[in-house]
Design a protein around this ligand. Structure first.
Ligand code: HEM
Ligand code: HEM
Length: 170
């Protein structure tokens, strides 16, 4: 199928599974990021790292790397098989707002782990700062995304919620 052709059969099982995997991993990052900052600072200063900080710091690195892989696989699936059409019941401006929000979310889901990996494995402070400044925008975009999904579902009376839970729902 061509890149622009919409998928006629809803989201694939892979795509739905990856959407919710990413959600869980972002919650993990929400919980563990303070430990990562502590591990980063201690490593940069050469001071001792306690075992809990080290464990949670590595959870951050692994979960973040999995976000990168999940986002790339989801994008591959979306571009090779298409995505379900934006619902016809909603106005054009709402579909465009959704497109822009999704685009920015994907960009951050890729740039955050990439900058984090460069900061950590290269011990480059500037990448740590760039990594950090994307966090609040991501939270704002996710809030907008969830609000948008609820508005689509309950105001514009589409079935977007069902299709992100049940693969194959058009
Ligand atoms: C960390 C949290 C989340 C992230 C990063 C995220 C990200 C994304 C992305 C990137 C898409 C794909 C859009 C596309 O490829 O065109 C998507 C679709 C979707 N998400 Fe989320 N999402 C999150 C949480 C949620 C939650 C909590 C809900 C439910 C309330 C939700 C509902 C949806 C729906 C309904 C779609 C499909 C839209 C459609 O079929 O047009 N998302 N999400
Ligand atoms: C989407 C995935 C990721 C998210 C959402 C995320 C989120 C965060 C957050 C919220 C912080 C704390 C910022 C602060 O309050 O100062 C942080 C710090 C950090 N993260 Fe991540 N992270 C992700 C992936 C990664 C990966 C894969 C690495 C690889 C090692 C990494 C390395 C770091 C480092 C080194 C810091 C400390 C940076 C500093 O304090 O300047 N992160 N991350």
């Amino acid at each position: 199928m061509s890149v622009s052709a919409p998928r006629s059969q809803g989201w694939s099982t892979l795509s739905v599974a990856l959407h919710w995997t990413i959600v869980v991993l972002i919650v993990v990052q929400f919980v563990d990021h303070e430990w990562m900052v502590a591990m980063w600072r201690a490593t940069r200063r050469g001071t001792e790292i306690d075992p809990a900080t080290e464990t949670w710091g590595w959870v951050h690195i692994i979960a973040g790397t999995l976000v990168l892989l999940a986002a790339l696989v989801r994008l591959w699936d979306r571009y090779s098989h298409g995505r379900p059409p934006y619902p016809a019941e909603e106005p054009t401006w709402a579909s465009w707002l959704a497109r822009i929000t999704h685009g920015l979310i994907y960009a951050i889901l890729i740039l955050m782990p990439v900058t984090g990996l460069i900061a950590w494995f290269g011990m480059i402070g500037e990448f740590g700062e760039f990594h950090e400044i994307m966090w609040n925008p991501l939270l704002v975009l996710v809030a907008l995304h969830v609000a948008g999904a609820l508005v689509q579902q309950f105001w514009f009376k589409t079935n977007v919620l069902k299709r992100i839970f049940v693969p194959g729902t058009v």
